[in-house]
Design a protein around this ligand. Structure first.
Ligand code: ADP
Length: 210
């Protein structure tokens, strides 16, 4: 398997910003959230299974998943959440693997916001990655950046954060930690340094397997 990085971080940590810098260097970034959204968009591959499992109540008139209704439905019902995840997770996994296999860059990045959470449920996730890169900042910075980006209240941002892994759980899962508070060097310079390391490691892995 070509050299693969798992990129993760809490909401507002700066994952997408870091990912864009890798893309600017020609690296394929596969965005698991975007794939999940496309599976549940109108006509998405998961929609028929969701209709069979949950009926039409959670489907918009356009044929997409009604996220707000489904969120409310699964919020206090773990068994229902598991039923939804049993449909979506294997499809997301298959689609990300397919996209990763199609990548031609020297290494590729799978951006998975809830990677640490997924790994906790299924440790086999770890075998998909050569390195796990965690983008990290303080919780105060997360709240401030997400409020500025989305207009959500501080409480709403904190509620989302409370549903995610903790900062220390993510840091513990990291092979490489990208400190997104550190301003001693510009972000793109620091991404460039990691990129060089990953190119070397990818090159070493290819040499070892041919
Ligand atoms: P995520 O994808 O992890 O949710 P984003 O990359 O969208 O986070 O970053 C959240 C917000 O913070 C965005 O508006 C982004 O422009 C801003 N941001 C990210 N990194 C920095 C940084 N180092 N300095 C200032 N703002 C940043």
């Amino acid at each position: 398997m070509p050299f693969t990085i798992g990129l993760t971080g809490g909401i507002g940590s700066g994952k997408s910003t870091v990912a864009r810098e890798f893309e600017a260097r020609g690296i394929t970034v596969i965005d698991a959230d975007a794939i999940a959204h496309s599976l549940t968009a109108p006509g998405g591959a998961a929609m028929e299974l969701i209709r069979q499992a949950f009926g039409g109540n959670f489907i918009t008139s356009e044929g997409a998943l009604d996220r707000a209704a489904m969120r409310a439905h699964v919020f206090a019902a773990p068994a229902e959440r598991q039923r939804l995840e049993a449909i979506l997770h294997p499809m997301i996994r298959a689609a990300t693997t397919q996209a990763a296999d199609a990548a031609t860059s020297p290494y590729r990045i799978l951006m998975i916001p809830l990677l640490v959470e997924a790994q906790k449920r299924d440790p086999a996730w770890r075998t998909r990655f050569d390195r796990i890169l965690v983008v990290d900042c303080t919780e105060e910075t997360q709240v401030r950046r997400v409020m500025a980006r989305s207009g959500l209240s501080a409480d709403a941002v904190r509620a989302i954060m409370a549903s995610q892994a903790t900062r220390s759980q993510r840091r513990a899962a990291a092979d490489d930690l990208f400190d997104n508070e550190d301003e001693t060097l510009p972000l793109d310079t620091r991404v460039g340094q990691l990129h060089e390391q990953y190119l070397d490691a990818a090159c070493g892995k290819t040499a070892a397997t041919v």
